[in-house]
Design a protein around this ligand. Structure first.
Ligand code: SF4
Length: 464
């Protein structure tokens, strides 16, 4: 297994998005919250556009709209004016103040500015929470931005609490459909949980006619976040990221809440880990539904393994999703020949080292990579299926390799916000899609190939 053999010296079409994007995604899962981006307008436009296309929802993100003057003399006045407008227009309960390349480069002291703002405006912290997150675009990808934002929320909002018998779940960058599936799993178990962030309603709201909510209903409430210190444990979907970006590690350090950092439950192994952990932590029996669902998934794996053996996959996107999906591929006989992320994620190599050495020693694990490099490996390693977000569409078009769209962003298909890929049911759903794509590829060419062979054979006999 090789790591990061880049074909080009420059980064061409990076396989990542910028850090504040992740922070914006995280704040969308907090009740009554809005994001104020401290930077130039283009940053918020870029993020709004991607989110609106992916979720098909109106996405409001405010901007302090730094201009040349503010860049030279400091953007404090812009930020304060912007905050005042946002409070007046949206009446939020929480504002995530997310920085950008520009604000970080000029060295804005956001914590001091926000403190002064609250005093100057006479706002009580009981009425409004301001959570600052330092997210320069060059400080990492959307992956780091997401986990850091959740960590900052927890640092700022959690206070000592009485024991609650709940469990905390720190969700990864997951679709609203997956968060709903997660809630269903917890409900079937009879477990009370605080899910942070909870985008199940905020980024996939029901149709309401002409009624327009400036801040959509739903999201994790402040009361829930505040009491996370009293929970019996935290399960964090995140094994790749830094410890100091982990909300679960913070709750453990500050309040003694045990933390279990596990992969996103996609695939049999990862779903087992999650389901067994829920049972272990709470002492509750695994519901009959999931005993059967596991059996159904095993049955589905047996049904499709004979087709999946032909699969040579390129999996790319955000590191946690890539890790979970590559695991699903491996346990189903699909060779993950290219495992790629644009984020810094050396741990992925360690996770798959043994499996890949056993099953596909030519496979590459690429971190901090770009689509040009992924494309070269797709050609070189004979990849016949790609699993990742829509930015891989250019490889799909140029190399004629089908792309199964999973993750964020998906801007050239509908339904990404409803996708369910977690747990036994979601994994089975994803596996069926992968297998059916492989079958579709097989049947789209095999007749032509057969006739070609037959024609050539007959032609050779005639001329003999
Ligand atoms: S990379 Fe920097 S300048 Fe570009 S959108 Fe992200 S934060 Fe803004």
């Amino acid at each position: 297994m090789k790591n990061n053999r880049n074909f080009v010296d420059v980064n061409v079409n990076p396989c990542k998005m910028c850090m504040p994007m992740g922070a914006c995604l995280a704040f969308k899962g907090v009740e009554g919250s809005i994001v104020m981006m401290h930077g130039s307008q283009g940053c918020s436009t870029y993020i709004r556009r991607h989110m609106a296309q992916h979720y098909n929802e109106p996405i409001d993100i405010a901007s302090s709209a730094l201009n040349e003057k503010a860049t030279v003399y400091g953007g404090e006045a812009n930020l304060k004016r912007g905050l005042k407008n946002v409070i007046k227009l949206y009446k939020p309960k929480t504002i995530g103040v997310v920085t950008t390349c520009l604000a970080e480069t000029i060295g804005e002291d956001i914590d001091r500015i926000l403190k002064d703002f609250m005093v100057e405006e006479g706002i009580s912290p009981d009425d409004l929470k301001l959570v600052a997150v330092p997210t320069p675009g060059y400080g990492g990808s959307q992956f780091e931005g997401y986990y850091l934002a959740v960590r900052k929320m927890v640092e700022k909002l959690v206070v000592p609490s009485e024991p609650t018998k709940k469990i905390n779940i720190i969700a990864g960058i997951m679709s609203p459909g997956d968060i709903r599936e997660l809630k269903l799993i917890l409900e079937r178990f009879g477990i009370d949980a605080v899910i942070l962030p909870d985008v199940s309603e905020t980024l996939d709201a029901p149709y309401r006619g002409l009624e327009f909510e400036k801040i959509p209903d739903g999201g994790t409430t402040y009361e829930e976040i505040k009491s996370m210190s009293g929970s019996i444990a935290t399960i964090e979907f995140g094994i790749i990221g830094r410890e100091d970006f982990s909300a679960g590690e913070y709750l453990k350090k500050e309040f003694g809440v045990p933390v279990y950092r596990i992969p996103i439950p996609i695939g049999l192994k990862n779903s087992d880990t999650f389901i067994n952990l829920l049972s272990e932590i709470t002492g509750k029996e695994i519901p009959e539904y999931y005993v059967k669902a596991r059996g159904r998934m095993l049955d589905a794996m047996i049904d499709s393994h004979k087709y999946n053996g032909a699969g040579v996959a390129a999996v790319f996107g955000e590191p946690e999703l890539v890790t979970a999906i590559s695991s699903l591929c491996l346990e189903n006989g699909i060779t993950p020949a290219v495992i790629a992320t644009g984020s810094n994620a050396k741990k992925i190599q360690d996770i798959f080292e043994e499996d890949i050495a056993k099953y596909c020693e030519d496979a590459v694990v690429l971190e901090d990579t770009d689509f040009e490099t992924i494309r070269e490996y797709v050609k070189k390693l004979g990849v016949n299926i790609m699993i990742g977000h829509s930015d891989g569409k250019f490889i799909e078009e140029k190399e004629n390799v089908p792309l199964i769209r999973v993750g964020f962003p998906v801007h050239d298909r509908v339904g990404a916000q409803r996708q369910v890929t977690i747990g036994y049911d979601g994994s089975m759903n994803l596996l069926d899609i992968i297998t059916n794509n492989l079958l579709s590829e097989k049947y789209s060419t095999f007749r032509d190939e057969m006739y070609e062979k037959y024609y050539n054979k007959v032609k050779a006999e005639v001329h003999a």
